[in-house]
Design a protein around this ligand. Structure first.
Ligand code: MN
Length: 322
């Protein structure tokens, strides 16, 4: 897509129809240690779905050129004095699923030094176990996954044991993350799940699911969700499956589902989790983006949510919570 310069007053950022170096938000390349890094993982489980999620990260970066750099929460234009680096995308190498997932983990790991905030763009939600694997030696986790909380926005519970015989299917992403022995998993927006998943949610005390049907019809339940997020202690990974939002604003995703979160509910969720006084969001991903050229709403929505993550991370830094 062509970035529209009218939304930016800093024209030299753009070269013809392309971004400068394909950077997120069209920001200029920077030298020195990044504060925030945008990582692209164009992963799609080979031979099974072929839905186009491997094009998602690049489309999201391209769409980010349309996102306003100003946000009243910060009171100034991004990058707001911070060093935001867009890294070259994951190379996609590996002839087996396990090799690919371990390659993703390796690609992510080098940024997890506790000083840099990674914003990961997917790709299938099946990247989640590789993301969790990459956090093992993060200074906040210290090899002890019982410290780590995962917050998940998703239409699906992703708690299946396997799907069509594949335990690393995107439909099993949260189950594979739980295999690491997480402290807790919080889910919101869930509205498509199997009996097996429903039973797991009801029986596993380490999983709290705020179903779409509850939070969208009962405002007290929504307030409770936000309060629960603000009460999280310790390191947090935020995983945003774009299909958690209502299908009308993310029509191009692996599995669009009606009855999901509004854009502002997703933003409220992001704000709440980043503002937890005793918690710290150490990384974030936005995934399941299937780009559409004619109506780029999905990748634009994804780019806006990733930007909200960056903004709320900066607020956390400014407040001394990072
Ligand atoms: Mn998912």
């Amino acid at each position: 897509m062509t970035p529209n310069p009218q939304y930016h007053n800093d024209l030299p950022r753009f070269v013809a129809e392309e971004f400068v170096d394909g950077n997120f938000l069209g920001l200029p390349s920077v030298s020195g240690d990044p504060d925030i890094v945008v990582l692209q993982v164009p992963y799609e489980l080979t031979t099974s779905y072929g839905q186009g999620t491997e094009q998602g990260p690049a489309a999201c970066v391209a769409a980010s050129g349309q996102v306003e750099l100003f946000d009243p929460v910060l009171g100034q234009d991004l990058p707001a004095g911070y060093n935001i680096h867009t890294a070259p995308e994951w190379d996609g190498e590996g002839s087996t699923l396990q090799q690919q997932l371990s390659g993703i983990s390796k690609y992510l790991k080098k940024w997890n030094n506790g000083k840099i905030f990674p914003v990961i763009l997917g790709g299938e939600h099946g990247i989640l176990p590789a993301v969790i694997e990459s956090l093992q030696n993060h200074p906040d986790v210290e090899g002890d996954y019982s410290k780590l909380t995962v917050v998940q926005i998703d239409a699906h519970a992703d708690l299946r044991t396997q799907l069509d015989g594949e335990p690393f299917s995107h439909a099993c992403a949260a189950a594979r993350a739980m295999d690491y022995g997480l402290k807790h998993l919080y889910q919101v927006g869930v509205r498509a799940f199997s009996k097996e998943e429903y039973d797991r949610i009801n029986s596993d005390s380490n999983i709290s699911t705020y179903f779409a049907a509850e939070v969208l019809t009962n405002h007290n339940k929504w307030r409770e969700w936000l309060d629960v997020l603000r009460a999280i202690e310790g390191p947090i990974h935020l995983t945003v499956d774009i299909d958690g939002l209502d299908g009308s604003i993310v029509p191009a995703t692996g599995t669009p589902v009606p009855g999901g979160l509004s854009f502002w509910q997703a933003v409220e969720t992001i704000e709440a989790v980043f503002s937890a006084p005793n918690g710290r969001v150490i990384s974030m991903d936005v995934n399941e983006i299937v780009p559409q050229e004619d109506t780029p709403l999905t990748q634009f929505t994804a780019a806006m949510l990733a930007t909200k993550g960056i903004i709320n991370h900066i607020v956390a830094r400014q407040s001394g919570r990072w």
